[in-house]
Each structure stands twice: as structure tokens, then as C-alpha cells.
Design a protein around this ligand. Sequence first.
Ligand code: URA
Length: 274
Amino acid sequence: MFDIDHLDSHALAALLEWQRDMGVTEAVGETPVDRYAHAAEAQARRAEAAAAAPGLAQIEPKRRPPPPPKPVEVDTAAEAARAVAGLATLEALAQALEAFEHCELKRGARNFVFSDGRAGARVMVLGEAPGRDEDLQGKPFVGRAGQLLDRMFAAIGLSRDAPAAEGALYIANVLPWRPPGNRTPEPSEVAMMRPFVEAHVRLADPDVLVVMGNTPMQAVLGRTGILAARGTWAEAWGKPVLPMTHPSYLLRTPAAKREAWADLLALKARLEQA
Ligand code: URA
């Protein structure tokens, strides 16, 4: 016998060729395999299993289930833009927003919180989202932060229940449903709400829009960084926009109230000019 492990590739190829010429069509091992005995053993094992669990013997081997269909990706901002197209009144906007099904926050909120104050007011204030008190009452800015907001604007002669547009405020949030645990809204939630915010500003038609905190600044101006941007006038949708720090931040950081006061005076001056 030759030692096959020591043949080079040419010799191996020649050997294969010779086998093919001799009519070899199948490779078999050196020791014979008794396939009848194998089949008998397998049958005996199946019979044993069937005796131990008779029900299972009937069950056919399972086919692999087809993969679940891929979830259809919805462009929620495009859906929101469709929902507000052609709306002509704040009432119609409120209805369209309340009926919007693509924001998961809706499922966990107690109430839909649309706005408060006077439609037609010269100043519109935009906050982030309802907190616990707002969720319970269905009105924006009614908790501690809201009470501070009322005092701040009252100091420059503006209030949500002023009888005339001149001294009135109109108040809304980027999100009309409370995020669980008052968490900061996700960028995707803000982007989804942007068409509603734009329609809200268009229909409320204030002379000036005040964005309080990073979330409304992101929704209106497309950027964050409220501590650097506060007090600097910007523009969106043809309206002057004043970024200010959020009253919740002012409750936590009383030292920042001095800057907020400067921003309120800038707002007052702007209203007096126009
Ligand atoms: N904070 C907000 O941004 N909005 C509210 O309505 C209440 C608290």
C-alpha cells in the first residue's frame, strides 16, 4: 500500500483520474456500513419514544413559521403635515390634533391639553408639554411653573384672562399630552409635532412668539441651547421669536430670574414699538 498522505497534488490528481477511468462513481469508506442495521435502530428509538409519550407520536415535525411581516414605517411628521393642511380655525386644529393617533404619549395621558388664554392675543407663549397638574386639569401651565409664568407676565401687564387682545396672552405647548414622569420629549416627538406647532402659530397669529425652554426652541427654531439663545430675537414663520428660559428652570435656579426679567423688559419694549 502506498501512503496517501505523502502524495503530491499531481499524483493525487492522476490517481483520481485513474479511478474515474476505472468507472468509480462514488466514494465509500474503508469499513462497510450496515445501513439496514441503522434503520432498524432508528425505528426502535422512535417506537420507544412513542411508548413513553403516545400523543407526541402523532405530531408531525413542525415547519418553521414564516417570518413576521416587517412593521410599516410611518413618517409621522408627514402625517402631521397632512392633518393640518388647509385648517382654517383654532377649533379645527384642536380637533385634528386630538384625533392624531401617531403620538404614543396620547395613550398614557389623562387629558388633551390644547391651549389657554385669549385667541388673538399679541403674545403667544409656547411651552414644552403638560405636567401632572396640566394633565389633570386639561389646561397648560397651571402648576407651580404656570403660577410663576403668570406672575412674570403680569409684571409687564400681560395676562391670560385679559379682556382685550392688547394685554392678553395665548398659551400652548409643543406637546398636548403629558410625557410619562414628565420626561423631556424625544426629538422624534418634537419633529412629529412641528407641523401642528406651525399651524398653531399661523392660526393664533400673535405679534410675538415667546418660546420657553429648549423643547419649544427646537420645535420653532430647529435648535437647542436656550441658555445661550435666551434674550436674542429670532424669527420663524414670519414672526419675531423671543427665546426665554422655562419657568421650571427659574424655580430651580432663582439666580437666573434677573436675566428672565431683562427678557421680559425686551418683550415689553418690542410690543410698545410695534
Ligand atoms: N411646563 C410646560 O412646559 N408646560 C406646561 O403646560 C406646564 C409645565
